[in-house]
Every structure is written in structure tokens, then in C-alpha cells.
Design a protein around this ligand. Structure first.
Ligand SMILES: NC(=O)c1ccc[n+]([C@@H]2O[C@H](COP(=O)([O-])OP(=O)(O)OC[C@H]3O[C@@H](n4cnc5c(N)ncnc54)[C@H](O)[C@@H]3O)[C@@H](O)[C@H]2O)c1
Length: 340
């Protein structure tokens, strides 16, 4: 049984990581850390974890085998440095770092410490994602040439109610835009999926973006990536689709277009199918996230010392490099007053 500690008892920890760790064979949820005593206490009570810390050093000295990091993105580098100094293996939420330099430092530190550092791209572990990878590898749609990966949503809307019931700006959405916007925050999943499915490295990329609202980063963004195989991936990500609508909707779509067929996945339509000359194959639909699969792979990695499926620090670095540089190019143009 491996003793796991979690750093950052916020939203994704509460709905994804904490319940999943508790249910994963081979893992014991041993201790929690959060600098916010209220959030720490709430998570301890909700998940029945007696051992809780607001001090990172005491947490890391509490006899853990590994840690999972679910703090805000700007805190990941500090958490990773601390955890590696204490010799812990790590599963860190995406984006791994705020930019390529942070990710490179983390990867170097992990290598020097002889510890495993994985990036929490949980979308990889959805049964639909794993099926897509299997189909692509088997040549079921011939050669995959064009991927359309779309996630446009409102990131919980522009406004929220404060404690007094007043309509105020949604802090979560503002925060995520300050951290780099939709491509750095969300699009990294799609960048990772394209590389994971195709097994082919990205050799070049271009970006375009639009501003629906007043931020540094574009809040509706397109990324075009070329792969070594000759395939092309388009990622479209927005945080401002229907962001002021009373009844917002969103789109979450994967389309993989090959020389001999097409694979289609649509979250809202609960659609997962393949169309080829042989006909249409309808496949079981599954949601795009799968924390259970990711933690089973983490438990296996802690047991064996390696993993074939868990995204590495290098995978986190590549996604951060592409998403950040694409976003920064657009911000620079925007500041110069170029047409956007
Ligand atoms: N994989 C996914 O599907 C998914 C979904 C949502 C969020 N995320 C990622 O998870 C991370 C956390 O997102 P969230 O929405 O849960 O954020 P959040 O703000 O809801 O929670 C973050 C928690 O970290 C705590 N914290 C602050 N500083 C800290 C530090 N230095 N060390 C440790 N903890 C600290 C905060 O007090 C808070 O409890 C982000 O990197 C985000 O991009 C991933």
C-alpha cells in the first residue's frame, strides 16, 4: 500500500483526485496539505482524513511515498521543488508549469533526484481516448491525417454572486485568464491527446485568436499543429462561448479524419462512432475525464517504478511550450495593435 499525500484541497481535488485516491487499490490517502486552513479542514472532514497540514515541510516529513499536486498552476513549481527535496514521486496537475522553463526545471530536478514526475493529463485515460489510440494504431481509419479537437465553453460564466448576493466578476475565470488563458489551461489536454493518439511529435505550430472580453490572453483561440507523420491537428478552445448567456451551451468534440475513415466523438450528443467503407461502428460512449484510470496507472507506476501510459514531465513540457508560445505570440501582436 503506497501512502499518498495531496497538495491543494480545492475544486479538482474535491471532485476528482480525493474520491479517486480513496477508491484506488494499492493507494492509501495518508495526508492533506493546503495553506488555507479552512479548505484543509473542509477536505479532511469530507474525506475523513485525520492527518492535515498547513505547513508543507511537516506534511512532506509525514512518511509519504508519493504526492499528488492539485494547487493552482503558479504554485506547481514550488510544490514540485519541495516534494523532490523530500524524495517523493509526483503526479502533478496540468499545466505542469507556467512556461517551458518551469517545466524544464521540474523535469531536471526529478531526473537528478531519481524520482518519477508525471503530468495529470487525465483525458488520456478515458476509455474513448484509449479506444481512439488503439484504432489509430491498428490503421482502422487508414492514416490519420487531420484532427479537429474542439472545446468551447464559458468557464463558469462571466459573473457569479458574492456572499451578499451581488453580481460580481467570476474570479475563477479571471484567474484562469491571468494564468495564460484557455489554451494554456485547457488546450494542453488536447495538445497532449493529439501526440498520444498519433504517436507523432509536433514539428511546428501557428495560432490565431479572438478577444470576446478584455484580457491579455485571447479568450477564444485556435492552434494549428503539424506532426512529423504529416498529420495536422486543429485545436479550438474558448472560455467565452456563451459567457454572458442565461442559458449557456458548450461544444466538446474530437474528430479524427483518416485516409480510410473518420472517428467522431461528441460529449453533448454522447456520440462515439467510426465511419469507414465497411459501414458505421457505434462504440460505447464514455466521458472525457478519467481520474480512476490515471490513478490505477499511478499505483502501478509506484509499484513497478515506471509507466507506459502516464504522461511524463516531458509531455507536460511540450504541451506548456506549445500552448504558452502560441498564446504569447498572439498577445504580442495584440499589444502592437495588429489586427486581431
Ligand atoms: N485535469 C482536470 O480535469 C482539471 C480540472 C480542473 C482543474 N485542473 C487543474 O488543477 C489545478 C487546481 O485547480 P482547481 O480548480 O482545483 O483550483 P482551486 O483554486 O479550486 O484549488 C486550489 C487549492 O490549492 C490551494 N493552494 C494555494 N496555494 C497553494 C500552494 N502553494 N500549495 C498547495 N496548495 C495551494 C488553495 O488554497 C486551494 O484549496 C490547476 O492546475 C488546474 O489547471 C485540472
Amino acid at each position: 500500500m503506497k501512502r499518498i499525500g495531496l497538495m491543494g484541497c480545492g475544486t479538482v481535488a474535491n471532485y476528482g483526485h480525493l474520491p479517486t485516491i480513496l477508491e484506488t487499490p494499492g493507494l492509501q490517502l495518508a495526508a492533506l496539505f493546503d495553506p488555507d486552513a479552512g479548505r484543509l479542514r473542509a477536505a479532511q472532514e469530507k474525506f475523513g482524513i485525520a492527518d492535515g497540514y498547513t505547513d508543507a515541510e511537516a506534511f512532506l516529513a509525514s512518511g509519504l511515498d508519493a504526492v499528488t499536486i492539485t494547487s493552482p498552476a503558479p504554485c506547481h513549481i514550488g510544490n514540485v521543488r519541495d516534494a523532490l527535496r523530500h524524495g517523493k514521486d509526483i503526479l502533478c496537475e496540468k499545466p505542469l508549469g507556467m512556461d517551458e522553463a518551469e517545466c524544464a526545471e521540474m523535469a531536471d530536478l526529478a531526473r537528478a533526484a531519481g524520482k518519477m514526475l508525471f503530468t495529470g493529463f487525465d483525458y488520456r485515460f478515458s476509455p474513448a481516448s484509449l479506444k481512439i489510440r488503439e484504432l489509430i494504431r491498428a490503421g482502422a481509419i487508414g492514416e490519420a491525417r487531420s484532427l479537429r479537437l474542439i472545446y468551447i465553453w464559458n468557464n463558469h460564466g462571466k459573473y457569479q454572486r458574492d456572499a451578499a448576493g451581488n453580481l460580481v466578476l467570476n474570479e475563477r475565470r479571471v484567474g484562469r485568464m491571468l494564468e495564460g488563458g484557455p489554451m494554456v489551461d485547457c488546450g494542453v489536454h488536447q495538445i497532449d491527446l493529439a501526440r498520444f493518439w498519433l504517436g507523432s511529435e509536433v514539428t511546428g505550430w501557428q495560432a490565431a485568436g479572438a478577444w470576446l472580453d478584455a484580457y491579455d490572453a485571447p479568450d477564444h483561440m485556435y492552434l494549428h499543429m503539424d506532426h512529423a507523420s504529416g498529420a495536422h491537428t486543429m485545436v479550438e478552445i474558448s472560455y467565452s462561448y456563451c459567457y454572458t448567456a442565461k442559458e449557456p451551451i458548450n461544444q466538446f468534440v474530437y474528430e479524427l479524419i483518416g485516409t480510410e475513415g473518420v472517428i467522431r466523438y461528441d460529449r453533448n450528443a454522447k456520440l462515439f462512432e467510426m465511419r469507414t467503407a465497411a459501414g458505421t461502428t457505434v462504440m460505447p460512449f464514455s466521458p472525457e475525464k478519467n481520474f480512476a484510470g490515471m490513478y490505477q496507472a499511478f499505483a502501478d507506476a509506484l509499484e513497478t517504478g515506471s509507466s507506459d501510459t502516464l504522461p511524463t514531465a516531458e509531455d507536460g513540457l511540450v504541451a506548456a511550450r506549445i500552448s504558452r508560445s502560441a498564446t504569447d505570440t498572439l498577445i504580442a501582436k495584440h499589444r502592437e495593435g495588429a489586427p486581431r
